[in-house]
Design a protein around this ligand. Structure first.
Ligand code: DHB
Ligand code: MG
Length: 202
């Protein structure tokens, strides 16, 4: 999808001021620049003062989200891979709290509410993560979940890919939660064909 990548580049060159990150040798699983900017924009739109991110990787999306915060805002990001966390630590400012643990282990120890929650950890655990963050949300909390389309593999009911099974479970979990107003948007761009979910707690 070379054209779509070029369009991402076009948007980025004209409108965006990308945060600088050292990605080390981590996989290219960070969000694209336009998606990062969208996260900042959504955080600003909800007036976020407290943000929670599950899945830090090198901290690229974290840095976009951090831009939306007021000076006394708080941002907690959780990363299960110690190697990624070590790289992220170099990229993130002091006021971002990085927790190195699997999201499902770290979440019970947190106190909310958070105004925006970005779910971008291991896809096999997305539904469980959604369940666990319920206690950290309030009416008006915006939940964003990354990579819920996976090139359309979402449709494969018989898939044995744990990530596909995970996003399918995530769709069921959102459907079963009447407190959420939700949609999912398919995306193309430098990260291929994927998409994100938006869910607002009513
Ligand atoms: C994968 C994970 C991500 O968070 C992402 O943005 C893209 C791909 C993955 O695990 O395949
Ligand atoms: Mg992702």
């Amino acid at each position: 999808m070379q054209r779509a990548s070029q369009v991402d580049q076009f948007i980025t060159e004209r409108w965006l001021d990308e945060p600088a990150v050292d990605r080390g040798d981590l996989p290219p699983h960070d969000v694209s620049a336009p998606q990062g900017a969208m996260l900042e924009l959504l955080a600003r739109a909800v007036g976020a003062r407290a943000i929670l991110e599950l899945g830090t990787l090198a901290g690229y999306s974290t840095l976009w989200l951090a831009r939306a915060l007021p000076p006394d805002g708080r941002l907690i990001t959780i990363e299960s891979d110690p190697r990624a966390a070590e790289i992220a630590r170099r990229n993130l400012p002091e006021n971002v709290k990085l927790i190195v643990a699997p999201a499902l282990e770290a979440l019970p120890g947190l106190s909310g509410p958070f105004d925006l929650i970005f779910i971008d950890a291991a896809k096999r655990s997305s539904a469980h993560c959604l369940h666990e963050v319920r206690n950290l949300a309030r009416p008006g909390t915006l939940i964003v979940a990354d990579n819920v389309i996976r090139g359309g593999a979402l449709l494969d009911a018989d898939s044995d890919d744990p990530s596909v099974r995970g996003v399918r479970e995530f769709f069921e979990a959102v459907a079963a939660e009447p407190r959420l107003v939700a949609t999912a948007i398919q995306t193309v761009g430098s990260k291929g064909y994927d998409g994100f979910a938006l869910a607002l707690v009513r």
